[in-house]
Every structure is written in C-alpha cells, then in structure tokens.
Ligand binder design. Structure first.
Ligand code: MRU
Length: 340
C-alpha cells in the first residue's frame, strides 16, 4: 500500500513534504489558508491533481481575523489560493467547485460540513480517476517493457497512483515486466527525487537519466514508449506539462516512438482554444542559479525559469483519461469523449 500524498485529519491538512524527498519522509501539517498557499507555492505539494485537492481542503481552513468563520472568509480563501500557482487548471477547477457549494447553500445554513463533503468528494474522485487512467493506459503499454517519463506524474502528484505512472503500477501489479526511465527533470529534479523514490518504494525498477540523455536512449532503441502527465490541456489537445516535455515529444516523433499524455478530465481547459493561451508559470532564478544554496550561475548572468512548456497536439500519439483513450487528439475527439 502506498503512502497517501495528502489527508485532511482533525481539521488539519497533512501533506507529504515533497521538498524533503528522497532524503526523508516528513509530513507537513497546514492549519491555515496561508500555510496551504505557501505549501502549494513552494511545491511541498505539487502535481496538478494534488494541488487541486490540497486547495479544496485549504478552503476549509479559512478563518476571520477574530477566529470565527464567515461566508466571506471562505470566498477570500478561494481568491487567495487561486493565486498560488497559475498553470495547473486543476487548482481552479477544484476552487470553482468549492465556490459553487458556497453559492448554493442558503445564507442561514452552516457551510463547513458541506464544504468538507465537497473537498472529500474531489479527493475520492481523483483516486477513482487515477485507477481508471491506469486501467486504460495499461492497454496502450501492454507490449512495452521500457517506458520513459518526465517530471513526476505519479502518486505524489495526485491522491494516489498518479496519471502517467498509474498504467505502470497497473501493469507491474499484474506481473508484467516493466521498467521506468525517469528524466531527472531540471531544475527541481522531480524525476530524480520523486518519481524514482515512489517507484522504488513500490518495487518498480527505475533508472534515472539526466534530461539531456533522453535523445540517445530513444535513438538507440532502449525505450518502447514515452508517457507523461499534464498540467492543462487546451480544447484542441495541446498539453502543458513540466518544462522539457516538448523537446521529448519532438524526439519521440523523430524516432517514431509513441508519446502518450495521461490526465484526468479535471486537467482539460475547454475554454482555451489552443496551448498558446495556457498561462506559463515563471519561477525564481535561484531554482536554476543557486539550487540547494550552491551558486551555479554568476550573478551577472540572466536566468530564465519557465516551469512548463506546451506540446502541440499533433506530437501526441494518444491522451489517456479516466474515460478512455483519445488517439491523435483534436478538438472534436476531446469534445466527444469529455462530453463538452
Ligand atoms: O511543478 P510541478 O512539480 O507541480 O509540475 C508537475 C508536472 O508537470 C506534472 O507532470 C503534472 O502536474 C502532472 S501530475 C499528474
């Protein structure tokens, strides 16, 4: 049984502190909206679905300055948490669901129990979506034994099991020989620190490579398929994911290796026509220039640090959702499968 990425216990949001892995498994407790905001912004909790679930629970921690809870304090919490990170649409999807509950409950009725029920539903639905993605994705990877992934789209990025890693867990549990090649994923090393950690914990063979090694591996026939997660997928199938995903998709196409994206329906943004409209988070220069306090870049040099890039739909062999597989995705196919 895997460790739960997050839980809401006794009025407190408990998170595996992903900034501390793999060195130590530490649970971080958030007791306020500000602590939840900070945890999302600093990537204590990260990965599109996990951010949405954490934010939903975070709304429950709203308090007025005098310690009481009002309808307005919940609305303020939603507005504040929505500013924590811009790219993963699951954050806004979850907060919109919490807001809809507040809007729908009559003013004289208590809200807390209704909001807890909604946040718990978001969490439970994510578990089911990950399981279903695993089941559908396993059919795509049924003849694959060596799969490459980027960043962490595993259990740590969701409630459990993940999106891109869910088919791998599914196949591994069924006795299918499968091993994972994990890009280290510069600059924050989610692949090296998190994907490698959770796969090793689950007993799935995993090999870490630096991002720049992926091309050679694909060229030499050592990889059967590439599978990644997504932070936001536009209406035409263009998919934003961790920086470095797009060049991997180009390499996969060049070497005629299937490139799969796995994501729940909560990751789709039907309101954005294409990927050029997806807001891309730019993070602090020190994540590149001074990782772990070690200066790698001279102060005089500029640094760019976009956290995500966008892979055009025509480089994606198929998108796997909890509802099934969308081969060669385009707007019509997405609308039809997702019921838009
Ligand atoms: O900056 P992060 O670590 O939150 O980025 C996460 C990713 O890019 C994941 O691949 C994506 O959220 C999918 S998680 C199932």
């Amino acid at each position: 049984m895997m460790t739960e990425t997050l839980a809401f216990t006794d009025g407190c949001l408990e998170l595996i502190d992903q900034t501390r892995l793999p060195a130590e498994l530490v649970i971080r407790r958030c007791q306020s909206v500000d602590e939840t905001f900070d945890a999302i912004k600093r990537l204590v909790v990260r990965g599109a679905p996990a951010i949405g679930i954490a934010a939903a629970y975070g709304v429950l921690l709203a308090r007025d300055p005098d310690g009481s809870v009002s309808r307005q304090s919940y609305y303020d919490a939603i507005d504040h948490l929505a500013k924590s990170r811009p790219t993963a649409v699951n954050l806004f999807w979850a907060l919109d669901r919490m807001k809809a509950v507040i809007d729908s409950v009559p003013r004289d009725e208590p809200l807390a129990a209704r909001l807890l029920r909604e946040a718990t539903a978001i969490h439970d639905e994510d578990r089911q979506m990950c399981r279903d993605i695993g089941r559908h994705g396993a059919t795509l990877l049924a003849n694959c034994h060596r799969v490459l992934t980027h960043c962490n789209a595993g259990g740590l990025a969701t409630s459990m099991w993940g999106t891109a890693l869910a088919p791998i867990y599914h196949l591994h549990a069924a006795g299918h020989a499968i091993e994972v090649f994990a890009d280290e994923t510069r600059p924050l090393l989610q692949g090296a620190r998190l994907t490698a950690w959770e796969l090793a914990e689950a007993g799935v063979p995993v090999t870490v490579l630096t991002d720049s090694m992926a091309g050679s591996l694909l060229k030499s026939g050592q990889i059967d398929a590439v599978i990644v997660g997504a932070d936001r997928i536009a209406a035409n199938g263009d998919a934003a994911n961790k920086i470095g995903t797009y060049p991997l998709a180009v390499l996969a196409r060049y070497h005629q290796i299937p490139f799969y994206v796995a994501a729940p329906s909560s990751t789709f943004d039907r309101h954005l026509a294409d990927g050029a409209l997806i807001p891309i988070e730019h993070r602090d220069r020190d994540e590149v220039a001074r990782p772990y306090g070690v200066q790698l870049v001279p102060d005089a040099a500029k640094v760019i640090n976009p956290a995500f890039d966008v892979t055009p739909a025509d480089l994606i062999t198929a998108i796997v959702t909890e509802k099934g597989i969308i081969a060669e995705p385009n707007q019509e196919k997405l609308a039809s499968q997702l019921g838009w």
